[in-house]
Design a protein around this ligand. Structure first.
Ligand SMILES: Cc1cc2nc3c(=O)[nH]c(=O)nc-3n(C[C@H](O)[C@H](O)[C@H](O)COP(=O)(O)OP(=O)(O)OC[C@H]3O[C@@H](n4cnc5c(N)ncnc54)[C@H](O)[C@@H]3O)c2cc1C
Length: 292
């Protein structure tokens, strides 16, 4: 199926793109087009103007700073997945990207586009929620940063205003005593997740000092499981036993309010999320013990 007619704008600067978004009522940014174009083909989106960022110089960077990893708006998912900078600064990002669609999708799709699209079953929004960080947004009014914790509003909805362009996303990078895990269940590798869990645990002097557990595919946005996180923080790693893991799994299932759909029931999602949280905690603790 072909999309409805639209005008394509090959912008050369972010300022030009921002002017276009301001002056046209019905304009949308296009980055990789791997979500927007299928939605247009299915008549779920019908923008009159596509504001294309792919011709803007300087938006494709992948840069590690002190405790941060910043990925520019036009950096393709596959470039990020294979980047030695990412492998060293935030291997969780690369591991999660291997689950995003198929190589053909990742050759065009962008990390920033995935975060802006905000599909609740997508991997990158959950990784940003877990690692923390921010999105940098630019419009004709200027530039602002939006904290990861307040970026995802609802299903396919973010804190970006319609006239804002996300020029980059910055992830906080874990320190040496942290361990991470990425777990997802999908019908086939490359499908959107039925349910998934991203975990990041920090261990100081043998005690869990910070815990971040995020479920994706279990609600309208990535969901932090704070009740399970609180069970872990302050616990000696040697005391993280089967009983504690079972309580963390229970807290996860109780927190989530997923929907039934053609792929799985809500009960199945709640149950599997609990199982994945226990696996995620174990793997993260193992990684933390070998990385310190
Ligand atoms: C067959 C198939 C399988 C897929 N499987 C998965 C999967 O398993 N997991 C997964 O996460 N994704 C999956 N995707 C989606 C893919 O990852 C997309 O690339 C991604 O969701 C969107 O990135 P994009 O760069 O293609 O964005 P686009 O399609 O260009 O844009 C998507 C939306 O974000 C907005 N947007 C994009 N960039 C910006 C920006 N810089 N500033 C402001 N708004 C912006 C657009 O206006 C649009 O509303 C799949 C896609 C296909 C076609």
């Amino acid at each position: 199926m072909k999309p409805p007619a639209f005008t394509h704008h090959a912008c050369r600067t972010v300022e030009e793109a921002a002017e276009l978004l301001d002056s046209s009522e019905d304009a949308k940014v296009i980055s990789g087009g791997q979500s927007l174009v299928p939605m247009m083909n299915l008549r779920l989106a019908n923008p009159a103007h596509l504001v294309d960022l792919n011709f803007v110089d300087g938006l494709g960077g992948i840069d590690a700073g002190s405790g941060t990893l910043t990925i520019g708006a036009t950096a393709r998912q596959h470039e990020v997945e294979r980047s030695p900078v990412v492998a060293s600064a935030a291997p969780l990002v690369a591991a999660a990207l291997a689950h995003v669609g198929h190589p053909q999708i990742r050759n065009r799709g962008t990390v920033v586009g995935s975060i802006c699209h905000a599909d609740p079953a997508a991997e990158m929004p959950a990784v940003l929620t877990t690692l923390g960080g921010h999105v940098t947004a630019q419009s004709t009014a200027g530039t602002r940063t939006i904290d990861a914790g307040s970026f995802f509003d609802s299903y396919l909805t973010t804190a970006l205003a319609p006239n804002e362009i996300a020029t980059s996303v910055t992830f906080h990078t874990p320190n040496g005593s942290s361990g991470w895990s990425f777990e997802e269940v999908a019908r086939r590798h490359g499908d959107f997740a039925i349910i998934g869990v991203v975990a990041l645990l920090t261990v100081s002097d043998g005690v869990v000092s910070d815990a971040r557990l995020t479920v994706f595919g279990g609600g309208a946005t990535p969901v932090r499981i704070t009740a399970a996180e609180q069970l872990l923080v302050g616990t000696a790693t040697g005391d993280v036993d089967d009983a504690l893991l079972a309580r963390a799994a229970g807290a996860t299932s109780e927190t989530l309010r997923p929907s039934d759909d053609i792929h799985a029931s809500a009960d199945y999602r709640r149950h599997v999320a609990g199982v994945l949280v226990t696996r995620g905690i174990r793997t993260s603790l193992d990684r933390a013990s070998t990385s310190a």
